[in-house]
Design a protein around this ligand. Structure first.
Ligand SMILES: C[S@@+](CC[C@H](N)C(=O)[O-])C[C@H]1O[C@@H](n2cnc3c(N)ncnc32)[C@H](O)[C@@H]1O
Length: 455
């Protein structure tokens, strides 16, 4: 069963109310249930129409999984619904337009897709960008099938509001008309969906969007329609993150990657690195490569003269590295950062803290349209100058910290607090990042460290 996460009745009922709010169904109208699973939305629509004495719109329910399809058909055999066992994304033959679309699309990240599927989606969907998720394509396909003035209500994770890979989806949604974004309770799916969000599209191209926060606060906002992040608009600027703990408290280092003054000499494609330099090379990435490769694997290596403690060996300890570097001596002495007499010609501007760098770490681009944090699990990547690296304190869960840093709250805080570069991009300086509030849970490591020290 691909991406089957059933919707609890309580949430399904809430979504039906939103779908029909100020817009009750009329005779002859149609509703689409894409990826219908066992059909909780079909039941919810019937409950709502029966208790309000509204006509039930004619339904079409699409499900790819034969077992779920059979089960849904049996459960709802007495209802006004046509069931189709097919792939909603690749086969919309004969579906025509609908006044309503209601669903909880599958959450299947790109890693769960076959190569040929990925290629096909990339060709056919405007929103299949970068590391897309299937729910993004469900949005696009469903909006395509919405009649003018029709309404759609989906529950999905909230990430599409701010990640770079969902920029095209934000453009599609904004141009269609986002009526409401409701950040529903985190336990709506008993923890199976992170930050669940209900989105209502009213395909009349409206401008204002009602945002309902998890604390129940309601605001009307203008969402950007150019694909840029909605984080700040949805959260009303700088989020109020109640905590006494900052990122600086839970990281033992937040620093800029190494500056050599001659990356053209020290950085090369892995296949081009002379084999005798194996012991002197480390994988590396620039900020731009982090973004393009969606992670630190760039295929390039750094030839690094420093040992694992950050010490620069003397010329006679250099061996093969020394022979290789001598070929570039003139070029290295020509670096603007090189001061003859004060510096060693094959060294870098500053001794890199290799013992910190060679750890599991988080990486982010220094100047970016939208902040994003990746993980180097190998602990071997030596980041270049256009990358910041973050080494969490012992006891801080690096995966949870990464998830928080990529969350809407952290993104909105960074957008509100980071300096802007000339093109409107954000500069992620370490002094600012250190002040980013983080949930109390990340500070608990301090408590346990103190207890261990005093106990
Ligand atoms: C998150 S579940 C939600 C199911 C149901 N709507 C509910 O709310 O309980 C997503 C559903 O989409 C179905 N699905 C996944 N890929 C699909 C596709 N390409 N076409 C049609 N259905 C699909 C899954 O089998 C699953 O039942």
């Amino acid at each position: 069963m691909r991406g089957h996460v059933p919707t609890p009745d309580r949430l399904a009922d809430k979504m039906v109310e939103k779908l029909f709010r100020d817009n009750p169904p009329e005779d002859g109208e149609r509703i689409l249930y894409p990826g219908c699973g066992r059909g909780p939305f079909i039941s919810a629509v019937h409950r709502y129409c029966d208790s309000n004495d509204f006509p039930v719109p004619e339904g079409v329910a699409v499900e790819i999984d034969p077992e779920l399809y059979e089960d849904a058909r049996k459960r709802h055999k007495d209802k006004e619904v046509e069931f189709l066992e097919r792939d909603f994304l690749t086969d919309s033959d004969g579906l025509d337009k609908f006044e309503y679309v209601l669903g909880n699309p599958p959450y299947i990240p790109i890693e769960g897709l076959e190569e040929d599927e990925k290629g096909r989606y990339r060709r056919e969907f405007e929103t299949a960008e970068g590391r897309f998720d299937l729910y993004v394509l469900f949005f696009e396909q469903a909006i395509d099938l919405l009649s003018s003035g029709g309404r759609l209500c989906f529950v999905t994770p909230e990430k599409f509001e701010y990640t770079e890979t969902t920029a095209a989806l934000r453009r599609v949604l904004a141009s269609s008309g986002v009526e409401e974004i409701h950040h529903v309770d985190e336990d709506s799916f008993e923890g199976l969906v992170t930050y669940p969000t209900v989105t209502v599209i009213d395909a009349d191209g409206r401008n204002e969007t009602r945002v309902v926060g998890r604390d129940g606060e309601v605001r009307d906002v203008d969402l950007p329609d150019d694909g840029s992040s909605w984080a700040a608009a949805v959260r009303g600027g700088e989020p109020d993150i109640e905590t006494g703990v900052t990122l600086g408290d839970v990281c033992r280092r937040i620093s800029c990657g190494v500056a050599t003054g001659a990356d053209k000499v020290f950085v090369m494609d892995r296949e081009e690195a002379p084999p005798q330099l194996d012991d002197w090379t480390y994988p590396t990435t620039s900020g731009k490569q982090l973004r393009i490769n969606d992670g630190p694997e760039s295929g390039q290596v750094f030839v690094c003269p420093y040992d694992a403690d950050g010490r620069l060996p003397s010329r006679d300890e250099l061996g093969d590295f020394g022979d290789w570097a001598s070929l570039y001596r003139e070029r290295l002495e020509d670096r603007s950062c090189y001061e003859k007499g004060k510096q060693v010609w094959y060294g870098w501007h500053e001794n890199p803290p290799m013992d910190d760098i060679l750890q599991r770490k988080l990486l982010c681009k220094d100047v970016t349209e939208e902040p994003h944090f990746w993980r180097d699990d190998s602990g071997e990547v030596v980041p270049r100058h256009s990358v910041y690296y973050l080494i969490p304190e012992e006891g801080v869960d690096i995966e949870e910290l990464q998830e928080y840093l990529n969350s809407g709250d952290a993104q909105a805080w960074l957008e509100a607090n980071c300096q802007r570069a000339a093109n409107g991009f954000l500069r992620l300086q370490s002094t600012v990042m250190k002040q980013l509030p983080v949930p109390e849970q990340f500070g608990h490591h301090r408590q346990s460290t103190l207890t261990a020290e005093t106990g």
